[in-house]
Design a protein around this ligand. Structure first.
Ligand code: ZN
Length: 202
């Protein structure tokens, strides 16, 4: 039954582009807000996603910005039943963050919350109002981006040495993931082309 409830709210989310867990939004930490505020709108390139990781004290905040196609396999309005099932299933998977990120076991990290937002679809040529009409008829490619925020907390943060994203194995659409991370002592970046551990300290 829980799955059913999730799928209908997820679908509403896709259609309205409203935050899924809106009640929690106001309580997001400063770091997470900072991420959202200067949302870098990197070029919409299928296959490419960016991951920002902030490790502070006992929490790990992770933000994924990606074309929707990388995870859902499409970006059009989910009209068919098959599309809607896909949206529901993938949304649930995105929110079960512990399958998507692996932490050192001794750190005892658990998922606190996850939030998925999708922007409204945008056509290739937004200067032309006609482009949107055509987009609805699938004559012009339309695009959609997603942002997913996860918040984890760890019982033993000192044991946290690595974070391994499993986005390549969990989703079909990723070819490249631009990962940036920051801890109390260190900040770095790396481009991944497969699931691979990120070592937090140099
Ligand atoms: Zn696209």
């Amino acid at each position: 039954m829980r799955g059913l409830i999730l799928s209908s709210s997820t679908l509403a989310l896709w259609l309205t582009a409203a935050p899924l867990l809106s009640a929690d939004t106001a309580q997001q930490s400063a770091t997470m807000q900072a991420h959202t505020e200067h949302e870098e709108h990197s070029a919409h390139e299928h296959g490419v996603g960016s991951l920002s990781i902030a490790v502070t004290n006992q929490t790990i905040e992770i933000q994924l910005d990606s074309p929707a196609a990388n995870v859902f396999g499409f970006e059009h309005e989910p009209s068919s039943e098959a599309d809607q099932t896909t949206v529901a299933e993938i949304s649930a998977k995105l929110q079960a963050g512990l399958d998507l990120f692996e932490f050192d076991q001794d750190a005892q990290c658990k998922l606190e919350k996850a939030e998925l937002t999708t922007d409204s679809e945008h056509s290739e040529d937004q200067t032309d109002a006609k482009a949107h009409e055509h987009a609805a008829e699938n004559e012009t490619p339309t695009h959609r981006d997603i942002t997913v925020n996860w918040l984890f907390s760890c019982e033993q943060p000192s044991a946290l040495k690595t974070i391994t994203p499993h986005l390549f194995s969990q989703f079909n659409g990723f070819e490249k993931l631009e990962v940036k991370w920051v801890t109390d002592q260190h900040a770095s970046a790396k481009t991944l082309e497969q699931d691979e551990a990120i070592t937090l300290a140099p």
